[in-house]
Design a protein around this ligand. Sequence first.
Ligand SMILES: C[S@@+](CC[C@H](N)C(=O)[O-])C[C@H]1O[C@@H](n2cnc3c(N)ncnc32)[C@H](O)[C@@H]1O
Length: 386
Amino acid sequence: MAELFDGLAGESTVMHPIAGMGEPYHYRNKVVSPYAPGRRIKPKAAKAAKGDKRASTREDKHAPTHEILCGMYAAGTHRIVPTDACLIENRIAKKIILAVRDLMPSFRIEPYREDANTGFLRHAIVRVGHTSGEVLVTLVTNGRQFPGSKALVRELVKRCPEITSIVQNVNTRQTNVILGTDEIRLYGLGFILDKLCGLSFRISSQSFYQVNASQTEVLYRRAIELARLTGDETVIDAYCGTGTIGLVAACGAEQGKGARRVIGVDETVSAIRDARANAQHNGIENAEFVACDAGIFMRDLAAEATERIDVVLMDPPRSGATEDFLKALVALSPQRVVYISCNPETQARDVAYLVERGYAVEAVQPVDMFPHTEHVENIVVCCNNT
Ligand SMILES: C[S@@+](CC[C@H](N)C(=O)[O-])C[C@H]1O[C@@H](n2cnc3c(N)ncnc32)[C@H](O)[C@@H]1O
């Protein structure tokens, strides 16, 4: 991080040491697994003498022809590495992924075959609430008709009583994108609640939610401390997801002073629906949320020029912010920009854009959100020098 930001840091830039995690195991609260056919299973009948009539019995006709693989993809490939345990994944989530695999043959659910776009179950995604313990299971299927879904749900919940919601997500496209848009609630409310920094958040299958909840609290506290809110500011929470950081900033949860007003923007409609519900059930009235591309939203805001923006909190996806977004950000000229990123390389590129246009890097604060991996989360605070 020091190398990456060396050319951008000034004399007064503070490079904070990385905020580490006390117990860096089983922290991933979201576990995703594909299901795919593995090795062919030799029919029992094949072992028996030729002419054995058992091969044509009803039971054998429906017997699975292949092993079912689940686990993770080998890096940069779609080759599944079967994994029954993982030191960074939540244990309950992993148990559910394996229970689905074990139930598939008896419910005659075929795993998805990527090359031929055949088979039924593509992925399971399990999300576990860090403090609530609520569990949402999303079964991604290659078709809407789900024969036997009620019985499967009953059996899955019996085996894994921690489950509080099950959703079927339909994705029939031959694509690498895991989720489709069509969803059917199979069990429970279709979302889970979790607590972060003293506030309660609703998370549905499509919304972004940080994968390491306890380090997210460290990240948000540091980001809001570094934003130095006094209670007078109008704050933009760009790429806000379910509104988590913006709502913590709006009420100053655990930090003392919050912002006067927070405006959150995200392009995912369901995330904004969750963000509004989150504001409401936490009783926060000084935060509003807009479903829109962040670049377009900022451009329009800069063109209107009706309100002074004091602080921009931004947390874009790995690709970073667009030039349109950065251009509008500079036009809005907020006093402070608190830039959170899970990809410091694109972050450094965007910070360079701001530095070239009069901003100075005040602080760099890495946070170890993904222990035992090469990834790191980073906060950069830029101040307006003009
Ligand atoms: C890294 S997540 C951050 C979410 C949130 N700040 C949090 O901590 O949970 C990035 C978010 O950017 C949103 N996003 C991606 N591209 C976008 C765009 N062009 N405009 C607005 N939002 C976008 C995604 O939907 C996602 O919620």
